[in-house]
Write a protein that binds this ligand. Structure first.
Ligand code: NDP
Length: 284
């Protein structure tokens, strides 16, 4: 069961998706705004569509992987999607996904969040989150499972984007800390490459705390199963920023967290770090 697929968008990710579909034996039609990005795919058996309309007309499963959801709208405006399933793997917000589902038909719109980079598509670490039409997911599933683990989150089209954005938020928070740490050791004359294995080891060990934080948030009990209390952590915070400044490194990537820690620790020194989320609640 190798349903044929149309791929709109042959950037780094669209090419990886099309390559993976072809390797798994799915007849694949491809389209890209700028010509010349499909040579390798055509050589591997893809059919080149001259226009978006031709590409969409070719197969029932239409997969879009374009720069933004504005691009998706721009590319598909005026193109009849009758009877097609639209699988949109473009990064976007939950609100955009819901609006696209309404515009293109909630019963045949599937939104997706790719949790992989192009070289890892189809590999053991790749996973892709989906939400929206369940029948569309079931029909496209054999194709979608070629990209990595496919995880369907529910009928609300915004759910995949919500999870995707939350995962990216965690990643960027980590990257901010990583860049600061590497800049600090470099500024002090220590090899970043030599330091990197220690940083990886430490972050891997600390990632073990995510489940504890999550349980504290779900229970609303920030003082439950505390391992390192906030008062202690806030008291040590100046050591981070003082050391950075002493080495000529601006601590701006870390500074907001320290400010929140100090504010929360003033009244709740016995909690875990999670109490900080109370300070993130925006009032209308
Ligand atoms: P690229 O920048 O490599 O490709 C962008 C694609 O969008 C190209 O096909 C480009 O066409 C097309 N495009 C941009 N503007 C327009 C337009 N106005 N009209 C028509 N086509 C347009 O990005 P990626 O392929 O890496 O990313 C695609 C999507 O996948 C993004 O939403 C990204 O966030 C998401 N993603 C990417 C990951 C990654 O690591 N690369 C990881 C997870 C998700 P053209 O060739 O003509 O410029």
């Amino acid at each position: 069961n190798n349903p044929p697929v149309t791929v709109l968008g042959l950037g780094a990710m669209g090419r990886a998706l099309a390559r993976t579909l072809l390797a798994a034996g799915h007849p694949t039609t491809v389209w890209n705004r700028t010509p010349g990005k499909d040579d390798e795919l055509v050589a591997a058996g893809a059919v080149r569509a001259a226009t978006v309309a031709d590409a969409v007309a070719a197969h029932r499963i239409v997969l879009a992987c374009l720069l933004t959801n504005d691009t998706v709208d721009e590319v598909l405006t005026g193109v009849p999607l009758d009877g097609r399933i639209l699988v949109n793997l473009t990064n976007g917000t939950p609100a955009q996904a819901r609006a696209l589902a309404t515009a293109y038909g909630p019963d045949r719109y599937l939104d997706g969040g790719i949790m992989a980079v192009p070289p890892t598509i189809g590999g053991p670490h790749a996973f892709v989150l989906y939400s929206g039409s369940a029948p569309a997911y079931d029909e496209a599933r054999p194709a979608l499972e070629t990209f990595g683990e496919a995880r369907y989150l529910g009928a609300d089209p915004g759910l995949a984007a919500l999870h995707d954005i939350a995962l990216l938020s965690g990643m960027y928070g980590m990257v901010g800390g990583v860049l600061h740490a590497l800049a600090l050791v470099r500024a002090a004359g220590v090899s970043a490459t030599g330091f990197a294995p220690l940083l990886t080891r430490w972050l891997t060990a600390m990632a073990g705390g995510v489940g504890r934080y999550a349980a504290q948030l779900d229970a609303g009990e920030y003082g439950r199963d505390v391992v390192s209390n906030l008062g202690m952590q806030a008291a040590a915070w100046d050591n981070l920023t003082d050391t950075a400044r002493a080495e000529g490194v601006d601590p701006r990537l870390l500074a907001p967290l320290g400010d929140l820690m100090r504010r929360r620790a003033a009244d709740h020194p016995d909690e875990d770090l999670t109490g900080i989320v109370e300070l993130l609640k925006e009032t209308a």
